[in-house]
Design a protein around this ligand. Structure first.
Ligand code: GLP
Length: 241
C-alpha cells in the first residue's frame, strides 16, 4: 500500500543524522547547480540543523527561500522568533541573500501562498517533523486542503518547544502562522529530516500509517517526490527498516 501511494518516496537511513544530512545536501547542491535561483522551503527546529551544516560551502547566493512558519504575536527581533532563527541558522551561515528569503507573518498569512506562487513555487521543501506528526505548525486535525493560516498550538508542541523559551511554557506563544498542508504539498520535491527515538513513532505513522489528519505528515504519502533522511533511531519504528 505504501508503494502504491508513494511511488517515488525514498527513505534514506544512515547510522548518524550527519551522514543522512550529507545525502540531502548533495540533492540540494545538484538542484542549485542546475538552477542557481531555486526556491527552497526552509524549516526551523533542531532537525534541519545537520542539513544546514552539510550545506556550508554550497553556493546559495542566488537561491530564494520561503520559511515554513513563525510564531504569532512574537517580536521579529526576539531571538527565538523564526525570523531570527532563519537569519541565524540559515541565511547568514549559508550566505543567502536576506532580500530573497521570506518568513511568514500572521498579519500577512493570506498573501503568503500568492507570494510563493509568484516566485514560481517551491522547488524543494525542507521539513522536520513534530513528535505528534506535525509538519510546519500543522497540528493533528489539519486538513489536506489547508493553506497558510494562523493556528493554535497544541499543549504538546508548546511543551516540546519550551526549551527555546528558558524552559517556561508560559513564554511559548499560543498561536503560530504556518504554511498549510496544501501549500507544503505544492512543492515540487520534499526532504523530511528526522533524528532520534522521540521521532520514531511519528516517522512510522507518516510513512507507513494511513493518510489521516491525526498525523499531518502522513499527507506526504500523497506527494510524488518525498525523500526521508533518517538516523537509525528515527527509523526504528518502520516495519520495512
Ligand atoms: C517545531 C516546528 C516544526 C519542526 C518541529 C520539530 O514546532 N514548527 O517545523 O519540524 O517543531 O522540531 P525539532 O526539529 O526541534 O524537533
Amino acid at each position: 500500500m505504501t508503494a502504491l501511494t508513494q511511488p517515488r518516496a525514498s527513505v534514506i537511513v544512515r547510522g548518524s543524522i550527519d551522514e543522512a544530512a550529507r545525502v540531502g545536501a548533495a540533492l540540494i547542491a545538484a538542484l542549485v547547480r542546475e538552477r542557481p535561483d531555486a526556491v527552497l522551503g526552509l524549516a526551523t527546529g533542531s532537525s534541519p540543523l545537520p542539513l544546514y551544516r552539510a550545506l556550508r560551502g554550497v553556493d546559495l547566493a542566488r537561491a530564494r527561500g520561503f520559511a515554513l512558519d513563525e510564531y504569532a504575536g512574537i517580536d521579529h527581533a526576539h531571538p527565538e522568533s523564526y525570523h531570527s532563527v532563519i537569519r541565524r541558522d540559515v541565511v547568514e551561515p549559508l550566505g543567502m541573500d536576506p532580500g530573497r528569503v521570506r518568513v511568514p507573518d500572521s498579519a500577512g498569512a493570506d498573501a503568503y501562498d500568492d507570494a510563493i506562487a509568484a516566485a514560481g513555487g517551491v522547488d524543494l521543501q525542507i521539513l522536520g517533523i513534530g513528535a505528534n506528526g506535525h509538519i510546519g505548525f500543522n497540528e493533528p486535525g489539519s486538513g489536506l486542503d489547508t493553506r497558510t493560516r494562523v493556528v493554535a498550538l497544541t499543549e504538546r508542541t508548546r511543551q516540546d518547544n519550551r526549551r527555546f523559551f528558558g524552559g517556561d511554557v508560559d513564554l511559548v506563544p499560543t498561536h503560530a502562522v504556518t504554511q498549510g498542508l496544501a501549500t507544503i504539498l505544492s512543492a515540487r520535491s520534499i526532504l523530511l529530516i528526522a533524528a532520534g527515538r522521540a521521532k520514531a513513532d511519528a516517522v512510522a505513522a507518516a510513512i507507513e500509517g494511513p493518510v489521516t489528519s491525526e498525523c499531518p505528515a502522513s499527507s506526504l504519502q500523497r506527494h510524488p517526490a518525498v525523500t526521508y533522511l533518517l538516523d537509525a533511531e528515527a527509523a526504528s519504528g518502520l516495519r520495512g527498516a
